[in-house]
Design a protein around this ligand. Structure first.
Ligand code: AMP
Length: 119
């Protein structure tokens, strides 16, 4: 699947639309999910143009991959999610229910998160 420059996270990265940012570095941007499903619900996205976790792991450079996952850990730590625990989710494609075609990791916490999968 080709990367769509008009997806909403591409617009956030360009600054075309606002986001409630919690962290940013050379490799990643983290911001609050607009439709929060938990007391803490943050999205972490790579700065590069990657459609999904599969695309990212297969085609991003080692520097980008390391930088991105360091940022995921930093955000989880900085938001105080690590002690009590949290859930990280990367929905992918149609069966995964991915709505925005720019790779993102959801971090959900602040309460006990419900069943991992429900129909
Ligand atoms: P997914 O289904 O994994 O692609 O998740 C996309 C997520 O992006 C959803 O949880 C949406 O609530 C969230 N979302 C969509 N538009 C925005 C936006 N402008 N700012 C923040 N989060 C958004």
């Amino acid at each position: 699947m080709a990367y769509d420059d008009n997806n909403v996270f591409a617009k956030i990265l360009r600054g075309d639309i606002p986001a409630k940012k919690v962290y940013e570095d050379d490799f990643a941007l983290a911001f609050h999910d607009i439709g929060a499903k938990a007391p803490v619900h943050v999205l972490v996205i790579p700065k590069g143009k990657y459609v999904s976790i599969a695309d990212f792991g297969a085609t991003a450079s080692e520097k980008e991959i390391a930088g991105f996952y360091r940022a995921v850990s930093k955000v989880a730590n900085d938001l105080g999610l690590v002690k009590e625990g949290f859930r990280s989710i990367a929905n992918t494609g149609i069966n995964g229910g991915q709505e925005v075609p720019h790779f993102h990791v959801h971090l959900l916490g602040g309460k006990k998160i419900g069943p991992m999968v429900s129909d």
